[in-house]
Design a protein around this ligand. Structure first.
Ligand SMILES: NC(=O)c1ccc[n+]([C@@H]2O[C@H](COP(=O)([O-])OP(=O)(O)OC[C@H]3O[C@@H](n4cnc5c(N)ncnc54)[C@H](OP(=O)(O)O)[C@@H]3O)[C@@H](O)[C@H]2O)c1
Length: 168
């Protein structure tokens, strides 16, 4: 599995159910990187999407512990193991974990590549992502040149796992 996330300078990712930054090039990068793939998200992230609707042109898997919860166009899973079973026949590069914080925390160890948009700004937040720069089992593979949108500087970074992905 792979993951995609946008983080602030200190690896924060959201506030009050919303993203911290709105950068059109980053939205485009997200669309292009996830297009045609299976995306895995938490119920709160689904509800934060426009209209609370699943992403088009992608197979949407949503994690919830609520056995009664359903949504149109969504495959519901109730445990991380259930997600793993649902995607086991797929090429791992075709499965993207897209958040939020709870889901990243539980699934990071199952991912072997992370597309991280690093925005060099701070913002108040209540959701966080582990700082991959501090993790010995992850290393920076490549990064784009620095870009800027309305005064926000950012880079597209790709981190890869050095040790094989698997349960901690
Ligand atoms: N910067 C980024 O790239 C990015 C990306 C995505 C999201 N975000 C932000 O992250 C924030 C949302 O993150 P969050 O941590 O609050 O919510 P979340 O991870 O999107 O969803 C949490 C929900 O997922 C379900 N869940 C979690 N673990 C589960 C498990 N093991 N088995 C079954 N269900 C499970 C539960 O749903 P139930 O309560 O229904 O049981 C839980 O309440 C928002 O601010 C959003 O904008 C940022």
């Amino acid at each position: 599995m792979e993951l995609i996330v946008a983080v602030s300078e200190d690896w924060r990712i959201g506030k009050d159910g919303n993203l911290l930054f709105s950068i059109p090039e980053d939205m485009k990068f997200f669309r292009q990187t996830t297009q045609g793939k299976t995306v895995v998200m938490g119920r709160k992230t689904l509800e934060s999407l426009p209209g609370g609707k699943p992403l088009k042109n992608r197979q949407n898997i949503v994690l919830t512990r609520n056995e009664d919860w359903t949504a149109e166009g969504v495959q519901v899973c109730h445990t991380v193991d259930e997600v793993c079973k649902a995607v086991e026949s797929l090429d791992p590069s075709q499965v993207m974990v897209i958040g939020g914080a709870e889901i990243y925390r539980q699934m990071l160890s199952l991912c072997d590549r992370a597309y991280v948009t690093r925005v060099f700004a701070q913002a108040p937040a209540d959701s966080f992502f582990p700082n991959l720069e501090d993790k010995s089992d992850w290393k920076l593979e490549s990064q784009s040149e620095e870009r800027e949108h309305e005064g926000l500087r950012y880079r597209f970074c790709t981190y890869v796992r050095c040790a094989p992905a698997g349960k901690e």
